[in-house]
Structures are given as structure tokens and as C-alpha cells.
Design a protein around this ligand. Structure first.
Ligand code: UDX
Length: 441
């Protein structure tokens, strides 16, 4: 089988590399010449644990190739994945410009039966737009070639994407006929040897599944953030409450950790897009609108706590920030709570010193000097009045407290992810503020 993956972003690269890893011949396409040249040298555009190893291995074996020539790649291919970006437009809807451009190219260059699979997260109805675009391109060149479209949403978590792809909980595929179903089943056979299901369904349901999954997870988080905010007010501890409700299997103990808001490339974008889709069908997604509003407010919760602690007197204070990426194990800072917090601190006249184990390059581009970036967590704490834990990287769990404390000016900890406990912090001499926990100082 010859597989083409168009788009070497996060989804495309993981898809291409993991398909090659089980022995499939894959060619990854991108319009960005520099990106392709780098990939050919083994330089990856993103940080994702384990990805570099499988890219290198499969590239060396010749099973994984990188090219900018989509025409050559499409000829003779059996399956083409569209994994290009769908950036949110001003109104929150996903912009399908790139997806449909690829569909047009596929229709222009294909020379035999082909399944065109949308892998990017796209609104319900996109596969049918892709189909129309390919048809139009084929008609333009008077070619009567057979093709099918399919929808195969990804459920990859950044930081665990390779594992998620190689050992998925489930694979969701929307198809229109048996022919496409059987070819795609064959492609995914090596990934479901562990007995997890390949769920075939109609195309709109597959497209909807992706949004429903992310919207449900975002809802759990915003719900817990509200419970945490209320816990603080009534004097309860959200950690206890979380354990208390999470042990009910109907609720489950995952994705109920409160914090300073969800970020990343998926939740914010997909929640917005689903609200927007609903509006197009004249339906108002009330719960999801609140999920989004709560999240926007939650990103400001830590700043409010800081303001309260210092009675509004923040100007001239120095804050040390640990963690900048939207979550650990990634350098991704899209929609990261750190950006909102740093903006607010900067605006209030505070000095910010920050450190992240991998997102320093990203930070350099995004922060425009609003924070000075330090080489490690100890350097970031130098002369600081307080530490703000923003991203729960494992290395922040047991830092070298002795040297950190010696360097600090004040001794306050704002823990945005509840990774420390009050007793421990008190023993170290910190005044501690968590999320959804009463502050006992
Ligand atoms: C998510 C989905 O998990 C994945 O299935 C989908 O394909 C893409 O979106 P990702 O964005 O990589 O993946 O990160 P995830 O680990 O899900 O975390 C998302 C955000 O939620 C992070 O900002 C994280 O800090 C936050 N979060 C997560 C919480 O605040 N509390 C939790 O309990 C879990």
C-alpha cells in the first residue's frame, strides 16, 4: 500500500511516522520547503517524546519519505490523508482553505482509485466538501476516476501522541461504502492487535465524534474549575472532593483536575468550532458556551489571587514562573494560561522571570520581552517575591528547595496545578495558595 500524508504538522507527522513504523510505505508532503529539508535531515518541527526515534528509523529504512512534490506522491497512491491546518477564523469557525486546496490537488493529480481521508479536525460536512472539490477537479481534466472519501479523526494527546497512535483506545472511521471500509481496516489492522476497536460509522458521525469527545473533556475541566472556585469560598478542599467523586466509575477519576484553565491546540479551538457549527444549524450550545466562558475566567484566577495577596500592590514585584507550555511534555504554548498570566503581570508593572524545560524557543517568540527567560528553575527564582507554578512538569515536583529558597527575596507559592501540599510548603516557610483549597497561613 502506498500512503500519502499531506501536512507535516503535529497530526500529519505523527500519523505518517507511526504508519511507517508498522511497515507501511508512507510519503509525507508539505508546501514548506524548509520543513521538508529539515525532516530529511532528521530535524523535527515539534517536540514530541519518541517521535524523533521513529522518524529516523523509518526514514533510514526508506519506508518514510518527505517531499514537497504532491503530484508525484499522489500518483499510484491508494490512500491520501489530509492533515493540514484548519486555523480558527475570526468567528471561531475552522478555516477549510488548506483542506480544500489539497482536495483540489488530489483530484488534479490522482491516476487511479484512491481513498481521501480527512485527518485534520474538521467540522461536520467537510468530507462532503472534499468530495465535491475532488469531483470538480476530476471533471476539469475529464478524468472518470473512482475515489472515496472518509473521515478518520485523531485523538492524540500532545506529549503522548506516539503511544496514543500506536496503542489507541479506539479508532473512529467514517466511510460511505464497503470498499473504503475494507482498505482502511487493513491499514489499521496492526494497531488494534490489543483488541481495541476500530469503530466504523457514517461520515457525519465520525466528524461529530471528535468534537463531542473534546467538548466533553473540556466540560469536565471547566466543571471542576467551578467546583474548585466554590470550594475556596466554602472552605472545602477540591482535592478531597475530586477523590470523592472520581471513585464513582460513572464519573471517573480522569480529566477532573482543576487548574488555571485548559489550553492547547484542540480544546479551545474545538469548543469554539462546535458552538459555531450549532449556531449555523440554529441551535444554541448553552453548556459549551459556559465551558468556554469559565475557561477564559479561570486563566485569570491566579492573577486575582496574586493581586489579593499583595493588596493590589504588584508593581515592582518580581515573579518567578515555572512552566510555560500549555501542559507538560510539549513545547506548545498555543492558548497557554501562562500567556494570559504573564500579560496581566507585565501590565501591572511586575517583573517576570520564567523557565520551562522545553518551551523556551516558543516563549522567546511569543513573550516579546514581557518575561526574562532563565536557564533553570533556580535561576528563575533569583530575587523573586513569589513562585508561580503554571505547568506541572515532573521536575518541578521535587526541586532543590534549599538553593531556591536562598535565592528568593520573598517566600510565597502560587500553585496553579495543585502539585504541592500546604503542609509541605509551610514547612519550607512558604505562604501557599493553591486552586480550590483554603489557604491556611
Ligand atoms: C486533547 C485531547 O486529550 C486529545 O484526545 C485530542 O486529540 C486533542 O486535545 P491535548 O490538547 O494534547 O489533547 O492535551 P490534554 O492532555 O487533553 O490537556 C488539555 C488541557 O486540559 C491542558 O491545558 C491541561 O492542562 C488541561 N487539563 C487536563 C486540566 O486542566 N485538567 C485535567 O484534569 C486534564
Amino acid at each position: 500500500m502506498k500512503i500519502v500524508v499531506v501536512g507535516t504538522g503535529y497530526v500529519g507527522l505523527v500519523t505518517g511516522a507511526c504508519l511507517a513504523e508498522v511497515g507501511t510505505e508512507v510519503i509525507c508532503i508539505d508546501v514548506n520547503k524548509e520543513k521538508i529539508a529539515n525532516l530529511q535531515k532528521g530535524i523535527l518541527p515539534i517536540y514530541e517524546p519518541g517521535l524523533d526515534v521513529i522518524v529516523e528509523r523509518n526514514y533510514k529504512k526508506g519506508r518514510l519519505r518527505f517531499s514537497t512534490n504532491i503530484e508525484e506522491a499522489i500518483k499510484g497512491a491508494q490512500i491520501a490523508f489530509i492533515a493540514v491546518g484548519t486555523p480558527p477564523g475570526e468567528d471561531g469557525s475552522a478555516d477549510l482553505k488548506y483542506v480544500l486546496q489539497v482536495a483540489d490537488q488530489v483530484g488534479t493529480y490522482m491516476d487511479g482509485y484512491l481513498i481521501v481521508v480527512t485527518k485534520s479536525t474538521v467540522p461536520v460536512g467537510t468530507a462532503s466538501k472534499v468530495k465535491k472539490t475532488i469531483k470538480a477537479a476530476l471533471e476539469k481534466r475529464n478524468a472518470a476516476l473512482e475515489f472515496d472519501v472518509a473521515s478518520n479523526p485523531e485523538f492524540l494527546k500532545e506529549g503522548a501522541a506516539v503511544d496514543d497512535f500506536l496503542k489507541p483506545d479506539r479508532i473512529v472511521i467514517g466511510v460511505e461504502n464497503e470498499k473504503a471500509k475494507s482498505l482502511l481496516r487493513q491499514l489499521y489492522e496492526p494497531f488494534v492487535l490489543n483488541g481495541h476497536p476500530v469503530l466504523f460509522m457514517d461520515i457525519p458521525s465520525a466528524e461529530m465524534t471528535k468534537y463531542a469527545a473534546n467538548a466533553m473533556l473540556a466540560t469536565k475541566i471547566s466543571f471542576m474549575n467551578e467546583i474548585a472556585n466554590l470550594c475556596e469560598r466554602v472552605g472545602a478542599n477540591v482535592n478531597e472532593v475530586r477523590n470523592g467523586i472520581g471513585s464513582d466509575p460513572r464519573i471517573g477519576n480522569r480529566f477532573i483536575y482543576p487548574g488555571i484553565g485548559y489550553g492547547g491546540s484542540c480544546f479551545p479551538k474545538d469548543v469554539k468550532a462546535l458552538i459555531r457549527t450549532a449556531r449555523e444549524y440554529e441551535y444554541n450550545m448553552r453548556i459549551l458556551q459556559s465551558v468556554e466562558d469559565v475557561n477564559d475566567d479561570q486563566k485569570k484566577v491566579m492573577f486575582e489571587k496574586i493581586k489579593k495577596h499583595y493588596n493590589g500592590d504588584i508593581a515592582g514585584k518580581t515573579f518567578c514562573i515555572w512552566g510555560l507550555s500549555f501542559k507538560p511534555q510539549t513545547d506548545d504554548m498555543r492558548e497557554a494560561p501562562s500567556l494570559v498570566l504573564i500579560d496581566a503581570l507585565h501590565e501591572a508593572g511586575a517583573k517576570v522571570q520564567a523557565y520551562d524545560p522545553v518551551a523556551m524557543n516558543e516563549a522567546e517568540h511569543l513573550l516579546h520581552g514581557k518575561a526574562s527567560l532563565k536557564k533553570d528553575e533556580t535561576a528563575a527564582a533569583e530575587n523573586a517575591d513569589a513562585i508561580i507554578l503554571v505547568t506541572e512538569w515532573p521536575e518541578f515536583r521535587l526541586p532543590d528547595w534549599d538553593s531556591i529558597i536562598k535565592k528568593m527575596k520573598g517566600r510565597v507559592m502560587f500553585d496553579g496545578r495543585n502539585i504541592y501540599n500546604n503542609e509541605e510548603m509551610k514547612r519550607l516557610g512558604f505562604i501557599y495558595h493553591g486552586i480550590g483549597k483554603e489557604t491556611k497561613d
